[in-house]
Write a protein that binds this ligand. Structure first.
Ligand SMILES: Nc1ncnc2c1ncn2[C@@H]1O[C@H](COP(=O)(O)OP(=O)(O)OP(=O)(O)O)[C@@H](O)[C@H]1O
Length: 764
């Protein structure tokens, strides 16, 4: 385009974009008014009307959030269609047409009509003659990138398979801020297919580093919330990520897309009331993550149910009674029949034991010396049972043989007792069991969370006391409501002519005490996300799992329970698995929970790491013997990665120098060190944030390889790769992860020899 044509096009687009912003303002004003109207609509004592009112307030509230989020970069671009002279504008949110039946003024990027914006190519133009990306700063149009999809005769398509290549490359080379940003302008066709894929079943996205798995998973979440708004607004959507640093890194993406009602959790947050980032030693975590641990937990529960070792003498009602293991076993069988859940079966065990003891005592007390029938009548027996039930010796015995247990108590007792472990962990080797032993007061770890959840499933909560308390609260609420109504009635104007019906309408005319109490009871103003996050038994409408290759079998079991419909998006890279219990094959991991209800999509293009760095990483991957191929980089940076050998004593000083130098080049910077050098590196780099606090928006960060997973930085300093390789339980994966974090520059510093697989760096 000549510069004057560009100027004219820019001016035209500016006019259009200004018009769209005016509509955005109007839509926002309308939503604010509607919300206000819904809030101030009079109260009516009708659950349906109240529900509608709440829904209207929520609906308009959500719309306001979406419209606010759409302010930055409202318009993404436009599609010029072959068959329709009117261009179709695509944006972050939809804005309605003026006339019924016409095209919307702005089509939401998630609507079906927007699809060609991401997928049309010169080979498959989908009816689109031209695609235009519109760049804006605030409300000002700053540039346009056009792609002509219907070529003139004789014109050859230069097809690299990229959509909106200019816009894409601009996005990819931009400096990073330390927070992931959305990619709605430049989603690629292979990514779009995943984002819009059917919500049913588990969709696994396997892709190498930088292929946009995280980006795709989050945009898919936004797409599903748009497409299945009603269902997901009620059931909620859960996003699970590996670390707090990672969750912080991705936290802005969904709000920027106008979606705020999503629960984000690390693996240590999946149990309400517990939030841990503490990890076990790799070998311990591996044992705790095995599916066999479900059997261990189940056996540990059984071990606390009516297991009498040897015989026991009790003095009940001044009678000496001898109980044998077999007697108690019978009672245990009855109790287990009463409930599958340990705590709920306890009353049946208690009752059974009292019956057994009462029978024994009655046999003695009431036996007729002349050999006739027992002399105790039904009332005597009832009294006897009551008495026995209250005997301290009996209460203590029930406490010992069938204690009420919380999951925490069960696992504390189990892990702090080699004997209990030996009884419950028959399926584990002695060495594995030894790994599980620990002090009773040891803090919970991320790998304990699925075990606690498993225990919860088997123990249940005896909530009879709570239910009784709730009934009492409800009665008190009723009394209070009646008191309020009486008071209102009493304060009715006495000036009114007694003979005439008062025209004054009082609350008591519209409500009764039940209604008033119920209203106070039902009002739960928490959002779906808040309620879901607080409720252990909540089941989500969709679950997104990132860095899913790291999850243990037990963690999968928890997630399958949190989403029984198995509507999940699971993204990860088997070549980056760093934990012992992590995945080597998706089939192996998912089949036990989902049988055949899962499918796989593959991403092959690396949008993050430039070719120069990716060549080194690909060598490392190949040397590891992995059958997976490294993804193809979409761009080159023109800068070669560097390697520098330094004397061991000077290594960290040099790291500090190089880091300062790279950080000075702009954007974000990270130093990745093997665990053995971490503490020394913290001391050598006082300005860097590290570990769980690492935040690259605040300056350089210092990370061990496992902590770098999923993150990216403009510059990366990799320290002592040979140690990274040697120290990790899957050192090859750790090195591959570390090498693929940079978007621009990589500097390797080492005192030891470089691993052979990195010889490309020194051969040059
Ligand atoms: N279509 C796209 N347009 C613009 N940027 C993109 C696109 N796809 C991916 N990116 C960018 O590429 C980078 C890598 O994406 P992302 O972190 O989602 O990759 P990943 O597959 O999760 O990587 P890893 O396996 O290393 O965690 C991000 O900066 C992301 O914004």
């Amino acid at each position: 385009m000549s510069s004057s044509t560009t100027d004219q096009a820019l001016a035209e687009e500016q006019e259009h974009v200004t018009g769209l912003y005016a509509r955005l303002d109007a839509a926002r004003e309308l939503a604010v008014t509607r919300r206000q109207q819904a809030i101030s609509a009079p109260l009516v004592d009708n659950p349906q009307a109240m529900g509608e009112k709440e829904a209207a307030v929520r609906f308009h509230g959500t719309r306001i959030v979406q419209l606010d989020a759409a302010e930055a970069g409202l318009v993404l671009g436009r599609l010029d269609r072959e068959e329709n002279p009117q261009p179709l504008y695509v944006g972050r949110t939809g804005l309605p047409a003026d006339d019924a039946g016409g095209d919307p003024a702005l089509v939401d990027w998630r609507a079906p009509a927007s699809r060609p914006f991401y997928t049309a190519t010169p080979f498959r133009p989908e009816g689109i003659a031209r695609r235009r990306h519109i760049r804006t700063l605030g409300r000002k149009v700053t540039g346009i990138d056009d792609e002509v999809l219907v070529l003139a005769e004789g014109e050859e398509a230069d097809d690299r398979g990229l959509t909106g290549e200019a816009a894409l490359l601009r996005a990819l080379t931009a400096e990073r801020t330390g927070r992931m940003t959305d990619i709605v302008r430049t989603i690629q066709a292979e990514q779009d297919a995943i984002i819009r894929s059917d919500s049913r079943g588990i969709l696994v996205v396997q892709g190498g580093p930088g292929t946009g798995k995280t980006a795709v998973a989050l945009h898919r979440a936004a797409y599903l919330l748009y497409t299945h708004r009603d269902r997901l607004a009620r059931s909620g959507l859960l996003v699970v990520g590996p670390t707090p640093t990672f969750l912080r890194y991705i936290a802005d993406v969904l709000p920027a897309l106008g979606e705020t009602g999503v629960v984000m959790a690390g693996l240590g947050d999946l149990r309400p009331g517990l939030s841990t980032t503490r990890v076990d030693e790799p070998a311990v975590a591996e044992v705790k993550g095995r599916l066999a641990m479900a059997d261990v937990v189940a056996a540990a529960v059984k071990d606390r149910q009516g297991v009498l070792r040897g015989t026991r003498e009790l003095v009940v009602d001044r009678e000496r009674i001898r109980l044998r293991a077999g007697d108690v076993a019978k009672v245990r069988t009855q109790a287990r029949r009463a409930s599958r859940l340990h705590n709920l079966a306890r009353p049946a065990f208690y009752r059974g034991l009292v019956d057994l003891l009462a029978q024994r005592v009655a046999d003695r007390l009431g036996s007729d010396v002349r050999g006739g029938e027992n002399l105790l009548d039904a009332e005597d027996r009832r009294a006897l049972r009551r008495e026995i039930a209250g005997e301290p010796a009996v209460v203590d015995l029930v406490e010992e043989l069938w204690p009420l247990l919380t999951p925490e108590e069960l696992l504390r007792d189990l892990f702090s007792s080699p004997d209990r472990l030996a009884r419950a962990g028959k399926g584990l080797s002695e060495a594995d069991r030894a790994l599980l032993v620990r002090d009773a007061d040891a803090p919970w770890t991320v790998s304990d969370v699925p075990l606690l959840e498993e225990a919860d499933e088997l123990l249940g909560v005896d909530d009879s006391a709570e239910r009784a308390a709730a009934a009492r609260r409800r009665q008190a609420g009723l009394d209070e409501a009646q008191r309020v109504l009486d008071l209102l009635h009493g304060s009715r104007s006495h000036d009114a002519d007694d003979d005439e019906e008062s025209e004054e309408l009082m609350a008591g005319d519209l409500l009764d005490a039940e209604g008033l109490a119920a209203r106070a009871d039902e009002a739960d103003y928490r959002s779906t996300a808040e309620r879901a996050a607080a409720d252990r038994t909540w089941t989500f409408g969709h679950v997104v799992v990132d860095e899913a290759q790291e999850l243990s079998a037990m963690a999968w079991r928890v997630l399958a329970r949190k989403c029984p419909t198995l509507s999940m998006t699971v993204v990860g890279d088997l070549a980056q698995t760093g934990t012992l219990g992590g995945a080597d094959s998706w089939a192996e991991v998912l089949t036990p929970h989902a049988r055949t209800q899962w499918r796989q999509a593959v991403l092959t293009v690396n949008y993050r790491t430039p070719t120069e760095i990716m060549e080194v990483a690909a060598d490392v991957l190949a040397a590891s013997g992995s059958s997976l191929e490294a993804p193809r980089s979409v761009r080159s940076s023109g800068e070669q990665p560097t390697a520098e050998r330094v004397a061991a004593g000077d290594l960290l000083d040099r790291v500090a120098e190089v880091t300062a130098d790279l950080a000075g080049k702009g954007g974000t910077a990270a130093v990745v060190v093997p665990p053995s050098l971490f503490a020394a590196a913290v001391a050598a780099l006082p300005g860097a944030t590290s570990g769980a606090d690492a935040d690259s928006s605040a300056g350089p960060v210092l990370l061990r390889p496992a902590e770098a997973k999923g993150l990216e930085f403009d510059s990366v300093v990799l320290v002592e790769p040979a140690a990274v390789l040697a120290e990790g339980v899957r050192g090859d994966s750790d090195l591959y992860v570390a090498l693929t974090r940079a978007t621009q520059r990589l500097a390797v510093l080492h005192a030891l020899d470089l691993p052979d697989s990195m010889s490309r760096l020194t051969d040059r």
